[in-house]
Design a protein around this ligand. Structure first.
Ligand code: GDP
Length: 534
């Protein structure tokens, strides 16, 4: 057993690891860019802009991958701010790759939810929010695009509470709306913050701060706006929720910030407050027991495997979230699934398009290591003899299904290998139907573009052309039953039973009505929307 030294503890305690969730177009890319600008990681905003291309059609998306020689689907951005080491887990912009986002959220300690002030809570935000809920992590809300016309701020708070079922506490309040956004009233510091400059968002803005009653603000805002603001703040204080940090940390209360990622108004107060409120990496669970991040022995889990990070090498990178101990380059660790010793070679950190070699890393950090084909999503790696096995990463229910087979039956071997590797990477989920007359493999995906990626990659990496036929099923649920007997199961015409990649039975069906009817016919069966592999 190693001993803890002060600098190790300091490194752990200054880590803050989070991911941003949002519906496409709400401003996640812009906010990411601005956080990096304030973090000093980029001088002029705009460097991350090309990442927007990831929202376009899959063909463009793959073209970009080829040209840039790197996957646009993943990266981890690290920067220092106010003495903290901030890890921002970047997630795919395209909602068809949200399965990737779900898994990335497993590695985050906090989430920032970006909401477009004109649109409110949108479909994708809702889905991603549910995944954060599942983890019970703190969720911070950034209401974006305040420089434009939007919904009334009170209405937005109500929408968050109603639609998502989480209480909200505005940390600041917008000064001026609908094209007149000037700044915010900071409720924690009880001060006005009126922003200036920023060269249309290219550089940091400066702020005029002071007491709300100061004549400066009466003059700056004019009497009408000033009076309205005073009234709104009074209303919030009297009728709004109480701030309670414990509830924030449990994910029961979301601190809300107003701002504009485009003009940088409100970005800095948000970042600073976020860093003040969030905690360092929390203990994670290994077989029901907490593992302290400050435990000196290294441990980590794999939440993502990404192929073709560099098509020239056809390499696979496994992304590790470090949970305890210090990581150092070239160290040895045990893979808990099979107790094999592995050398953690070629560790890398990713910053937008660039990757750099890592010498050491700490709990909360994410690193990528070369995967010679031995890792799986959910694997734990640990140092020394005490077995650590972190809870597995849940498998989320796909929403689209297709049966597939190789066009050329002589290529069945490559086909099977390709399908297996892609499913290990989590790029697709594979099901084998039983008693249904369907001979082929069924592939399930969360977003329809994943099918195109599958087809493209099977041709390019495994030299296999496939025939694919989409199936009408829209839902899959894992069947929980002590003694499951497929033959005795009473199905409807529009449903089938299949086995997942771990031979766990699942029910595939078209809509809620089929589910209801099946549940009526098979009393006592429990259906789960998420599979846990262990
Ligand atoms: P993402 O899909 O969530 O990553 O969204 P982007 O960051 O790419 O933003 C989508 C669009 O909204 C882009 O045209 C941005 O320039 C614009 N946008 C982002 N933030 C703001 C903002 O604060 N104000 C305004 N007016 N537009 C914004």
């Amino acid at each position: 057993m190693k001993t803890v030294n002060q600098s190790f503890q300091d490194e752990v305690r200054r880590r803050r690891t989070f991911a941003i969730i949002s519906h496409p177009d709400a401003g996640k890319t812009t906010l990411t860019e601005k956080l990096l600008l304030y973090g000093g990681a980029i001088r002029l905003a705009g460097s991350v802009k090309s990442r927007r291309a990831q929202r376009h059609a899959v063909s463009d998306w793959m073209e970009i991958e080829k040209q840039r020689g790197i996957s646009v689907t993943s990266s981890v951005l690290q920067f220092e701010y106010m003495g903290h080491m901030v890890n921002l887990l970047d997630t795919p912009g395209h909602q068809d790759f949200s399965e990737d986002t779900y898994r990335t959220l497993m590695a985050a300690d906090n989430a920032v939810m970006v909401i477009d002030c004109a649109k409110g809570v949108e479909a994708q935000t809702k889905k991603l929010f549910q995944v954060c809920r599942l983890r019970g992590i703190p969720i911070f809300t950034f209401i974006n695009k305040m420089d434009r016309a939007g919904k009334d701020p009170f209405e937005l708070l109500e929408e968050i509470e109603q639609v998502l079922g989480i209480e909200s506490y505005p940390m600041n309040w917008p000064v001026g709306t609908d094209g007149q956004f000037r700044g915010v009233y900071n409720r924690v510091k009880a001060q006005m913050e009126i922003f200036e400059g920023g060269h249309h968002g290219q550089s940091q803005v400066s702020a005029i701060t002071g007491d709300i009653d100061s004549p400066v603000f009466h003059d700056l805002l004019g009497e009408t706006l000033h009076k309205q603001l005073m009234g709104e703040i009074e209303l919030l204080d009297e009728a709004g929720n109480q701030f309670d940090l414990k509830r924030v940390l449990k994910g029961e209360l979301t601190p809300v910030f107003f701002g504009s990622a485009m003009t940088n108004f409100g970005v800095q107060p948000f970042l600073e407050s976020f860093l003040e409120l969030t905690l360092p990496p929390a203990p994670r669970f290994s077989q029901g027991k907490e593992v302290d991040p400050e435990r000196p022995d290294f441990s980590a889990f794999i939440f993502k495997i990404q192929a073709n990070m560099n098509p020239a090498h056809r390499d696979r990178i496994a992304f590790l979230r470090i949970c305890s101990g210090r990581f150092s380059k070239g160290m040895n660790a045990t893979l808990s699934r099979n107790s094999k010793k592995v050398k953690l070679a070629q560790p890398q950190q990713f910053f937008a398009q660039d990757r750099s070699s890592v010498e050491e890393a700490y709990p909360g950090d994410i690193i990528g290591i070369h995967d010679p084909g031995i890792f799986r999503i959910g694997d734990t790696l640990f140092e020394n003899d005490d077995l650590i096995q972190y809870d597995d990463i849940p498998v989320f229910a796909p929403e689209h299904f297709a049966k597939i087979h190789a066009k050329d039956s002589m290529k069945r071997k490559q086909f099977i290998k390709g399908i297996q590797q892609l499913s290990e990477e989590g790029a697709i989920q594979v099901f084998r139907p039983i008693n249904s007359g369907i001979e082929e493999i069924i592939v399930g995906v969360v977003g329809i573009l994943q099918f195109e990626v599958l087809e493209y990659r099977l041709v390019n990496e495994y030299n296999v052309e496939i025939r694919m036929q989409q199936l009408p099923y829209r839902q899959v649920r894992w069947i929980e039953s002590e003694r499951f007997d497929a033959d005795a199961f009473n199905l409807t015409m529009d449903a089938i039973i299949a086995l997942d990649q771990d031979d766990h039975p699942v029910l595939m069906y078209q809509n809620e009505w089929s589910e209801e009817r099946i549940m009526e016919r098979n009393k006592g069966v429990v259906l789960q929307p998420i599979a846990r592999r262990t």
